[in-house]
Design a protein around this ligand. Structure first.
Ligand code: VGL
Ligand code: ZN
Length: 197
């Protein structure tokens, strides 16, 4: 077994004071740092949108947290967040990024959002992470980070569908919990064969 820790989107915009703040988002940083030593590999994901991204409400003259229909399906319209090169897109200052073997960015395609670290929201465009894991012989993943019900959820479900052994360490995640999204996410992850620890 080769076991990687996948640290999802521990970035300033998802922490208190950020543009898409997740309650308690910064509470998990110390625990994530402490967990890193127990893994064969540490991989960080970074939400990384160009200005004017199609997932931003401001690009549609819409209210943040409203829904729209994209060519690939329904899409939540978010406040502007994690814009490439900004402080909001930077990792939380206390996150131990030096320990990471790989930093994988996602959401850089202007026309497609990407919650999952494996596939964009069209569910077909790969990020390349699967190939990286397979060529390193990594077969088991533990996911932590932000947000439980969006990027952690989509990444965990895709990883399980791809055949990886997947655990989400819920104590080291925090949720947006918008419109019941956390309960839906938990059910979806469990149904896909993800262990919630
Ligand atoms: C995320 C919404 C938009 C996340 C990223 O990291 O969960 N959520 N972009
Ligand atoms: Zn995003």
């Amino acid at each position: 077994m080769t076991h990687a820790l996948l640290v999802v989107d521990v970035q300033n915009d998802f922490c208190p004071g950020g543009a898409l703040a997740v309650a308690g988002g910064d509470d998990i940083v110390a625990g994530i740092n402490a967990a890193m030593a127990g893994f064969d590999a540490v991989i960080l994901t970074q939400d990384w949108h160009p200005a004017g991204h199609s997932s931003f409400a401001s690009s549609h003259n819409a209210e943040p947290m409203s829904m729209t229909e994209m060519p690939y399906g329904p899409q939540v319209l978010w406040p502007d967040h994690c814009i490439q090169g900004t402080q909001g897109a930077a990792f939380h200052a206390d996150l131990q990024t030096d320990r990471a073997d790989l930093i994988i960015r996602k959401g850089y395609n202007p026309a497609i959002d990407s919650y999952s670290a494996f596939f964009e929201n069209d569910k077909t465009t790969p990020t390349g992470l699967e190939g990286y894991l397979r060529t390193r012989g990594i077969d088991t993943l533990t996911l932590v980070g932000l947000a439980t019900d969006f990027c952690v959820n989509y990444s965990a479900v895709d990883a399980a569908k791809l055949g990886f052994n997947v655990t989400v360490d819920m104590a080291l995640c925090r949720a947006i919990d918008f419109d019941g999204s956390l309960d839906v996410a938990k059910e979806g992850m469990t149904g896909a064969g993800v262990s919630l620890a």
